[in-house]
Ligand binder design. Structure first.
Ligand code: ADP
Ligand code: ZN
Ligand code: ZN
Length: 794
């Protein structure tokens, strides 16, 4: 028997599978979709590969090498995923093995061991041979000769096999208690030990294991310790399952009665489940109840016995968002996000694979979740750039979704208050079907009034200030009414830095052409690209002058200033510094939602998905910083951001107000955001894109070449230009090679080539030629990325 295997060899990648002999003891076990170890190359180094096919014929006359180890006892990739990789290969310029690996839970791509447990059906003599007196053994500790037999036993169900992450650091444990009712009855606390009596009474009613921390909320350590010492409480250590936490104590939520627009949208989508249909674009103003539409579509999908994927941007995977799905669908939901450890992610993935979870709620990579019988794929905030992976393989989740919908005859729904220009343009052409929600779902909530304040009117009054008197007055008003305020500092591509007042030198990273960011909390200067860090300088590195000044409006500075203006106000700050720890993002939002603070001040992180009824004022401190970036999407991004953040105000009965401070109050992106006029912005921006020849009128591909030697990278860039030019028509537009806006990072020089075209038959083939060029021996130090439809040009 022969297995076709695509192998994972860095720097010699190819999509061509190699043939390997299947050793006779594995003959009936190896299937397509399993991972194997095979010898490769002259040194017969063992490398990982994926079996794509098993067959009888031999297509090479020479003797074949044999598979050395089979890593899975059942396939980890299915036929749909192989099909997806083939399809994606036409638009994603990474090798197939890279695509397939990205579909697996990361545990299976990192180091782990396989642990075996005997099951009751296991033959006792085999149990003794394999386990001795142990309860479990690691697969890796077995003789190679035993491994095939073990796999057979796993398949028969005589052994249980689990993958276990080797990196145990990520596993968190906590103490749980169980009540021993017999012992508890025997306890007779004295009448004066009131707390002990209260606890005894409480414990008498408990039958389930609970976290010990729950008791500490009400009782002091000595009180609890008394029960533990007397044996009435049994304490054990348990692995914290962060995914499980989401499910505890959730009340079931009922479907709301839809308004007309919502009902029409649900109906249109539901009628197409199980048919081949065009994708839907749901354009709904902020607060229009898109989430309720998603929930009811999924409900219909489940009724038909099918499954669904719900994608949301990583940053919106807060408890607030996930709760809405768990409250409606309970344990049928699997949650996939970056806050889970590799082991937990693997558990969720298995829950999906075994068919126990029917609804997957997750960020970008959840689009690959191995759900069978898919009925719907929904992508919320479809305009978000984070749906495109910005490392290899550079796939867009929307593109994968289109393919999976087609394969499964599932419906695809893209939702946003501010759809990407690409998607909205497709809806105009009928490639997507447009559905609109034009009103807020809560009948007493209105779209908030937006005021744009011209910052220039206040120049000279308080130069360093972040707050105009108009904004200060509005904040004071809300504080007095006990309503809440959200303030956003727009920091995209912008941060605090240090500049010499004598010679103007800005302190930059020695490895990257980028200014170092000032962090007052750690008293350090950091490079956000390579992680370089140093102390805040006292002298100018250029002229030695001592007159160094701190520039920029970091959130810390905006926070300090605000606290000074409103000493009584409770302010929460949310930015990269305060959310570095896992879970802190969600914790800040929860605190704000519980009314523990008056003001939430943060970066664009706060713009998404928050639904807090008591927020009646939203302020944008500086609308402009994202406008002037060297990127043709900067207006679109600014418009989206302002519209989204404005949508956080007045979501319930109380009237909302939005104040935007800007140096360019007449810029069209700001003006359309002020009117919350998506359609107006779309029409205007499309004209500009047409004039300048950008997406969606043209297709673009961005190629980036990086090398530590600038001369080499320029030379190679010209070779790539040559490959492109000779393979493409004379209609093609090739821009560059030019240094990237950030020309050097990590001690590598980056050059960029942009390819623009409308129709170009040979484009896929030529870009694959460039990909193969990168695998040539003399290019092994050169890094090339081929980014089809780049989301950013920075
Ligand atoms: P979006 O996702 O479009 O911004 P949400 O789904 O967050 O909007 O809905 C905004 C608010 O309106 C939520 O509090 C939601 O519970 C409420 N809502 C949604 N649909 C309805 C409805 N049909 N009737 C009453 N309230 C609704
Ligand atoms: Zn750096
Ligand atoms: Zn100087």
């Amino acid at each position: 028997m022969i297995a076709k295997v695509i192998v994972d060899v860095p720097l010699m990648q190819t999509d061509k599978p190699y043939s390997y002999e299947i050793p006779s003891e594995f003959e009936d076990m190896v299937e397509a979709g399993m991972r194997v170890h095979v010898p490769f190359g002259i040194g017969n180094r063992l490398i990982q590969g994926i079996v794509t096919e098993v067959s009888k014929e031999v297509d090479t006359p020479e003797e074949l090498k044999s598979i050395v180890e089979v890593l899975d006892y059942t396939p980890v990739l299915n036929q749909e995923q192989f099909w997806l990789a083939d399809q994606l290969r036409k638009s994603v310029f990474s090798y197939k093995i890279t695509l397939l690996k990205s579909m697996l839970p990361s545990l299976l791509n990192s180091s782990y061991d396989k642990i075996l447990y005997p099951q009751s059906s296991l033959d006792p003599s085999i149990q003794t041979k394999l386990f001795g007196s142990k309860q479990e053994v690691a697969f890796s500790s077995l003789d190679v000769a035993d491994q095939a037999q073990v796999m057979r036993l796993v398949r028969r169900g005589d052994l249980l096999l689990e993958y276990q992450a080797k990196d145990q650091k990520q596993i968190k444990t906590e103490k749980w208690y169980r009540v021993d009712q017999e012992k508890l009855k025997e306890l007779q606390p004295s009448a004066r030990a009131k707390k002990r009596l209260v606890l005894k009474e409480k414990l008498q009613l408990e039958t389930q294991e609970k976290p010990l921390a729950d008791l500490y909320k009400e009782f002091s350590k000595p009180v609890v310790a008394y029960f533990v010492e007397q044996g009435a409480l049994k304490v054990s250590e348990r692995e914290v399952n962060r995914a499980a936490q989401y499910f505890e104590g959730k009340k079931q939520s009922q479907a709301l009665i839809l308004n007309q627009e919502q009902a029409r949208a649900v109906e249109a989508v539901v009628s197409q489940i199980g048919k081949t249909s065009t994708p839907f674009l749901l354009e709904g103003v902020t607060g229009s109840g898109k989430t309720e539409v998603y929930l009811q579509i999924i409900q219909e999908v489940l009724k038909k016995g099918k499954t669904a994927i719900m994608l949301v941007p990583e940053i919106s995977l807060t408890p607030q968002m996930t709760n809405r799905f768990i409250s409606r669908f309970g344990q049928e939901v699997a949650i996939l996000h970056s806050g889970l450890s590799n082991g937990e992610k693997y558990d969720q993935w298995r829950k999906v694979e075994r068919g126990e979870a029917k609804v997957v709620v997750g960020a970008r990579s959840a689009i690959f979740a191995p759900l069978k019988n898919l009925g719907a794929i929904i992508i919320d905030e479809e305009h978000e750039a984070s749906y495109k992976q910005d490392s290899n393989p550079r796939y867009h989740a929307r593109e994968v979704a289109v393919l999976r919908a087609q394969y499964n005859q599932a419906v695809l729904l893209l939702g946003s208050a501010t759809p990407s220009l690409e998607s909205r343009a497709r809806a105009t052409k009928g490639v997507y079907q447009l559905l609109r929600l034009t009103k807020r779902a809560n009948p007493s909530a209105n779209i908030p009034k937006v005021k744009v304040v011209d910052f220039r009117d206040y120049i000279g009054q308080n130069e360093a200030g972040n707050y105009t008197p108009i904004l200060v007055e509005a904040i004071a008003d809300r504080l007095q009414k006990k309503e809440q305020v959200v303030l956003m500092l727009n920091r995209r591509g912008y941060s605090s830095f240090v500049m010499c007042r004598e010679c103007g030198t800005v302190d930059t990273c020695p490895n990257c052409d980028i200014s170092l960011t000032l962090h007052m909390d750690t008293k350090a200067m950091n490079c956000h690209y390579c992680g370089y860090s140093k102390a805040i300088p006292r002298h100018c590195p250029n002229c030695q002058s001592r007159s160094i000044r701190y520039y920029g409006t970091g959130t810390q500075k905006a926070y300090d200033e605000l606290q000074e203006i409103f000493p009584e106000a409770k302010i929460l700050r949310m930015d990269v510094d305060t959310t570095r720890k896992k879970g802190s993002h969600a914790a800040i939002l929860e605190a704000f939602g519980n009314g523990e603070a008056d003001i939430l001040l943060g970066t664009q992180m706060i713009a998404k998905g928050l639904d807090f009824p008591n927020v009646t004022l939203v302020g944008v401190l500086n609308a402009d910083t994202s406008l002037n970036l060297p990127d043709y999407r900067s207006s679109e991004r600014t418009f989206q951001l302002l519209t989204q953040v404005a949508g956080r105000a007045g979501r319930a009965d109380k009237e909302g107000e939005v104040i935007i401070q800007s140096y360019n109050p007449n810029h069209y992106a700001i003006q359309f955001a002020k009117e919350q006029d998506y359609e107006g912005f779309f029409a205007y921006e499309m004209k500009i894109r047409r004039q300048l020849g950008y997406t969606p009128y043209y297709f673009t591909v961005g190629l980036t070449l990086s090398h530590k030697n600038e001369e080499v990278v320029v030379k190679k860039a010209h070779q790539v230009m040559e490959i492109l030019r000779s393979g493409l028509s004379d209609q093609i537009q090739l821009l560059g090679p030019t240094p990237k806006p950030i020309a050097r990072t990590h001690n590598l020089y980056h050059y960029q080539i942009i390819v623009k075209y409308r129709f170009e038959e040979g484009i896929t083939q030529v870009l694959n030629q460039v990909l193969d060029f990168t695998q040539e021996k003399e290019n092994k130090d050169l890094r090339v990325s081929i980014d089809n439809e780049p989301q950013s040009f920075m």
